[in-house]
Design a protein around this ligand. Structure first.
Ligand code: F0G
Length: 403
């Protein structure tokens, strides 16, 4: 089934999710490279730089903060830890601290274009902050549904600050997701979760920008943490379109990493997707504590089409990988470190070969889930801050151990 872009809906009458079908004009690497460093709206955005690969909205409809233009890091210590050469695309450097901003600029622009009077999402933290910020920028009221007591205090504070209505659901993320789907269909509110195909369009730009930064030299593998599996779906669509447009010559392989306590996609992969069942999710990586990913079907296609794989890592492996990323001065939130932990596991199993080049996304900022990481550093690395009186004796004592 095909629907017009003015028709605000996230699923087809058959029940499946929708995908944006773009008519992509001829494009070249040079076209996009020539826009690097642009200073004007909207091409200065790392999303709208790829305008021909995005839905077509007029400039004055586009709501951009501007997002993207995030750094790509490579550090020998992290490559040694992983067991192969790894590049980290730091999406925590986006305006609200996660990759969600890239999807949000397209989603909110579509909301504005279709005259939405209110927007909504369910969230494990990052989406709610992005919705609140972009809705505030656009001047559209917003409401966000979060699982009570299950999102990072920093994210809650950030979301409140942008001025939104917060509804805390007694239950998990999946329950909040059910509530927001009900709310949006009952009251005609515009839904900004990754069920929304326009969100995924913006998220395509993560890999496009990373490829530009790699001088269009394809990595062998792209490894992403998986929760609701929107990013995985967007990554696959971006690569399919880039291949069809002649921007790349082949498909890299895609690996999805889930937290062991929140791994319904990994479990399904173990049956080669013959069986799928939702689970009750539990992990220290709050962003990916999701038991019933809405983009399951799209993501399954991405793994199969790219001859990819799915793996899982436990919370200790996630926090150990995060400690490595933090300690070299890059830093990320726990969910983001699942990528590095997953690469390490896949190398040890021989799925990724030593010497293959890997790109992974650091999906969110270090300033999230700080309670969990502080506990980890104090317990495992004796990183308890020292408190002293303002005297020279106390100063000497405090420094004695480190000088
Ligand atoms: N990493 C971070 C930091 C996230 O916030 C999320 C999702 C993911 C990874 C997983 O991405 O859902 O596309 O597979 N966070 C959502 C939220 C669910 O509400 O912020 P995915």
């Amino acid at each position: 089934m095909t629907y017009a872009p003015e028709d605000v809906r996230t699923s087809c009458d058959c029940g499946g999710l929708l995908e944006v079908d773009l008519a992509i004009p001829p494009v070249t690497r040079e076209l996009f490279d020539g826009r690097l460093g642009a200073v004007d709206h909207p091409l200065r955005s790392g999303v709208w730089r790829f305008r021909e690969l995005m839905p077509n909205f007029p400039d004055d409809v586009i709501v951009s903060k501007p997002e993207g233009n995030t750094n790509l890091y490579n550090d020998q210590r992290l490559s040694d830890y992983a067991g192969t050469d790894v590049w980290f695309k730091h999406e925590g450097e986006n305006p609200t601290g996660s990759f969600k901003d890239r999807g949000m600029t397209v989603g909110i622009s579509h909301a504005r274009w279709t005259n939405a009077t209110m927007v909504a999402c369910a969230s494990t933290g990052n989406t709610s902050a992005a919705v609140a910020a972009y809705a505030a920028t656009a001047g559209i009221p917003s409401v966000v549904f979060i699982p009570e007591g299950k999102i990072s205090a920093a994210k809650l504070g950030q979301t409140i600050a942008y001025g939104t209505t917060i509804i805390q659901v007694r239950g998990d993320f999946d329950a909040a997701m059910t509530m927001v789907r009900e709310a949006t269909s009952r009251y005609g509110i515009y839904l900004l979760n990754s069920l929304n195909p326009f969100r995924l369009e913006g998220q395509k730009s993560i890999v496009l920008e990373a490829l530009q930064q790699l001088h269009w030299q394809l990595p062998d593998w792209i490894v992403v943490p998986g929760g609701n599996l929107g990013n995985t779906s967007a990554l696959g669509k971006a690569l399919r379109e880039a291949l069809a447009a002649g921007l790349i010559e082949s498909m890299p392989r895609i690996a999805v990493v889930q937290a062991a306590g929140a791994a319904p996609f990994y479990r399904a992969w173990q049956t080669r997707f013959a069986e799928y069942s939702p689970i009750a999710a539990s992990t220290v990586a709050s962003a990916i504590q999701i038991g019933d990913p809405v983009n399951y079907t799209k993501a399954r296609r991405v793994v199969l089409d790219s001859e990819g794989t799915v793996t899982s890592v436990d919370d200790d492996a996630i926090l150990a990988a995060k400690a490595m990323i933090d300690r070299v001065g890059i830093g990320c939130e726990p969910a983001s470190a699942a990528g590095l932990a997953g690469i390490r596991r896949l190398i040890s199993e021989g799925v990724i070969q030593q010497g293959e080049r890997v790109l992974t996304y650091l999906t969110g900022n270090l300033l999230k889930d700080t309670e969990a990481s502080a506990d980890y550093y104090i317990t495992n690395a004796g990183a308890q801050p020292v408190v002293i009186d303002p005297t020279l004796e106390a100063l000497d004592r405090a420094l004695a151990n480190i000088l």
